[in-house]
Every structure is written in structure tokens, then in C-alpha cells.
Write a protein that binds this ligand. Structure first.
Ligand SMILES: [Zn+2]
Length: 433
């Protein structure tokens, strides 16, 4: 081995150890620091909600990097905006109302909020990224005035048809100014799984500060970064999710805009989410709760303010891929059949990253009529109506929305008739009893 080669190898080793890559010119979307550290690189992937019709299968398909960075100053985990939010969200395939457990979650939330903060017919509730009105419908049932803000035209139309008032717009400081100039401030602003999807997180939080009435409350739900890393949920990373938050980082972002996060709940949704509660910093009527204090301490102890904690994640992800592929190859060698259940965004990240096409997974099914008859982006696996499972009687069914595995297990209890087994891919591939 000559001297040059030797030094190259040494350099490579040092690089992979500290996960530091040359500056890409990208800056942290919250604090503006140069992004130099990788959390995980999932390679090239298509937009995960771009389901294909049969006539699109022979065309070129855009793929973008799924390269996730962590900011060394504020620890915001983030993807660059490779595709503009406008092109992703103007027509969107995700309809919240197709999940029973998510509807139940929304209904429980409304009951809980009304009980805790006493909202009534004189209050005003605004939901950002209100989707198809899955949640606001429960405020309407209680005669509490509300308004949804939703940028996806097709999804907003479903809400409007249901009688949920909806403004078809992207939310930010400009929209908030328009809303308060033409009417009133909001007593409650909520946004579920929206904060991750805004490219300009500062503009979004600034908008909430403008829209919030004195004494009002903001609640935001987002997947908890600590859970994502602890439970290996790398498939919840996709181009539509620009940011991934720890509790600590969310507090820092809100504080920068004059909002104090005073309470937090840990929820089982989406594999482990946080619901944070914020208020105007000057509103001292709602003191910091012990739950908020405790979670902050827990994240600090778990190392979420140290870069080394983030640098180990990539290897864990590669091992998960190897285990899943080993399982699928074994099933194929045994001449057994396997199909998927569900066509969620997370399934598309998983299948594209692992290189699983219809050579390893025959087909998948989904309850949403919008997806049936289409094909998964990138992998081109066909999507059928769930009846396909009882018609073809597969030996194994891979549950792609593993976060709903309990609900799906009940729906699929009939597969036992022919000895069918259910499998989850995350946190590690497992055949369920
Ligand atoms: Zn930062």
C-alpha cells in the first residue's frame, strides 16, 4: 500500500466517526448556523405522497436526497427544503379521516381542552393545517366557533363540504396579520403534525404569536425526536417533514418569538408524540408545570444537548435495513407470499431506502379510495382495496403504518383462517403472535 492510499483511508475513518461533512452551504432553519453534521442519510427518494397512476409508470420520476442534518447550536434536526412546500402541499393525498384511532384522538382532545380551559360559544378556535376537518368537526358539534387554515386545495374542499369553515392558505406572519385585521384573535390555536412541515419555522411561530389572543393557548403536536431515535422510527423521515423536534429545541424556538411552552403531554400517536402548550410569555397566569420541567431534564440526561448522541443513529438504521431484507429474502426462498398493509408516507421511505419492490412485496392495500388503483412512488408496488387480502390469502402481511398496529391487527383478525401472519418492520422486523 502506498503512502497516499494509506492517508486516504485514515481520513475516511476519521470522517465516518464524527459524521462531519464539508459545509453544504445549508443553514439551520431556526438559528442560521451552518449545517455540518449528519443524523442519517437515507439516500435518494421520491416524494412520499406522490402516488402514481398506471399511465405515469413509464415516465421519469423525480428523486431527492433524504439527508438529515442536526444543528450543532440548537440541535434542530432537519432536512433541507429540496422541494418547495407549495409543490408538495397544494394537492395532497393525506386525508386524516381515514384512520379511526386518529378521529378518536381528535375527539378526546376537544373534550379535554373544553374541560381544562372552558371554551364555549364565545370562544374562537383556529386549527393550522386543518386537513379535511377531522378535528374541528368536534368543536362544531359543541357550537364553538372555529376556522381551519389548510393549504391543500383538494383536502380543504372536503372540510368545506362537511361544513367546517376553512381558509385555503399557507399560514405564517402575513396570513396571521390578515386574519386579525379582518376579525378576531384566537383563544386557542392548534396545529397537529404541521410544525414539522413548514419550511420557515420562524415565520410560522411568529404568525401564532400575532394571532393569539391575550390569555390564549397554543397547542402543537409533533412526533417526539427522542422517540424517533430511541425506537428507530427512521421511516417517519420524509421530504414533507422538514424538521424533527426535541422538547428542548421546541421550547427554544417558541421562546425566541415571545411564547413560553408551559406544559407538555407525551402521547402514543405516530409512535410517540409531544403535545406542547404555549402562551404569551407575558401571561403569567399559567405557570410552568412539573411535567414540562421533568421532560426537559430527561432529555438533557439522555444527551439531547450533545452532538455525540445524534451521531450514532445512522448505523442503527443500516442494521434495521439488513434485518428486514434478510427476513424478506428468507420468506421468498421458502416460496411464501407476502403483501403490505397500508400505503402511508412512512412506508414509502422504508421501501425506497431498503430497495423493496414487487420482487419482495407482491402488493399493498389501503382503505383510502384515493390511493386504490395507484402505485407507490419509486417502488411502483400496486395498491389495492383491502379485500385483495382475503382473495389472495398471503402467508405474511407487512404492516407499513406500524404505529396503528393494534387497530390493524383487529381489522385483520380474519387472516388467521388461513394461517396468515402479521409482521411489523419497526423498531426491528418482527412477526406478531
Ligand atoms: Zn440551529
Amino acid at each position: 500500500m502506498n503512502q497516499t492510499m494509506k492517508s486516504e483511508i485514515v481520513l475516511k475513518d476519521v470522517k465516518s466517526e464524527c459524521n462531519e461533512i464539508p459545509a453544504t452551504g445549508a443553514l439551520c432553519r431556526f438559528c442560521g448556523t451552518s449545517l455540518r453534521h449528519t443524523l442519517v442519510d437515507l439516500g435518494m427518494s421520491p416524494l412520499c405522497e406522490s402516488y402514481l397512476a398506471a399511465e405515469q409508470l413509464n415516465r421519469m420520476e423525480p428523486f431527492y436526497p433524504l439527508h438529515v442534518y442536526v444543528c450543532e447550536r440548537c440541535f434542530l434536526v432537519q432536512l433541507q427544503e429540496y422541494v418547495s412546500a407549495e409543490s408538495i402541499f397544494t394537492e395532497y393525498a393525506y386525508f386524516s379521516s381515514y384512520s379511526d384511532s386518529w378521529l378518536q384522538h381528535a375527539s378526546n382532545y376537544v373534550d379535554q381542552m373544553v374541560q381544562r380551559f372552558g371554551y364555549d360559544t364565545s370562544s374562537f378556535v383556529v386549527e393550522l393545517a386543518s386537513n379535511d376537518g377531522y378535528l374541528l368537526q368536534y368543536f362544531i358539534k359543541k357550537n364553538i366557533p372555529c376556522l381551519g387554515v389548510e393549504p391543500a386545495v383538494n383536502v380543504a374542499q372536503v372540510a368545506i363540504d362537511k361544513g367546517v369553515p376553512t381558509l385555503v392558505k399557507f399560514f405564517g406572519a402575513a396570513t396571521a396579520h390578515e386574519m386579525v385585521s379582518s376579525g378576531r384573535h384566537a383563544d386557542l390555536i392548534l396545529a397537529n403534525n404541521a410544525l414539522a412541515q413548514v419550511p420557515d419555522v420562524n415565520d410560522f411561530v411568529r404568525g401564532m404569536k400575532i394571532l393569539l389572543a391575550p390569555g390564549g393557548v397554543v397547542t402543537i403536536e409533533f412526533p417526539h425526536l427522542m422517540k424517533l431515535m430511541e425506537e428507530n422510527q427512521f421511516d417517519t423521515i420524509y421530504h414533507e417533514h422538514f424538521s424533527y423536534f426535541s422538547f428542548i429545541t421546541s421550547q427554544e424556538i417558541f421562546a425566541a418569538h415571545g411564547l413560553t411552552v408551559f406544559d407538555v403531554e407525551e402521547l402514543p400517536t405516530h409512535g410517540g408524540s409531544l403535545r406542547i402548550f404555549a402562551r404569551h410569555t407575558e401571561d403569567t397566569s399559567k405557570p410552568l408545570t412539573s411535567r414540562a420541567h421533568e421532560l426537559r431534564q430527561r432529555e438533557i440526561s439522555a444527551g439531547f444537548m450533545r452532538l455525540e448522541t445524534y451521531s450514532q443513529f445512522g448505523e442503527q438504521v443500516k442494521e434495521t435495513k439488513r434485518k428486514l431484507l434478510e427476513f424478506l429474502i428468507r420468506v421468498r426462498r421458502e416460496n411464501k407470499s407476502i403483501c403490505g398493509y397500508g400505503a402511508p408516507g412512512k412506508g414509502n421511505t422504508l421501501l425506497n431506502y431498503c430497495g423493496i419492490r414487487s420482487d419482495l412485496l407482491d402488493y399493498t392495500v389501503d382503505r383510502s379510495p384515493y390511493k386504490q388503483g395507484k402505485f407507490l412512488p419509486g417502488t411502483h408496488i400496486p395498491i389495492f382495496h383491502p379485500d385483495k387480502i382475503s382473495e389472495t390469502r398471503p402467508d405474511y402481511i407487512l404492516i407499513l403504518p406500524w404505529n396503528l398496529k393494534h387497530e390493524i391487527r383487529q381489522q385483520l383478525s380474519y387472516v388467521r383462517e388461513w394461517g396468515g401472519r402479521l409482521v411489523v418492520p419497526i423498531p426491528v422486523v418482527e412477526v406478531l403472535d
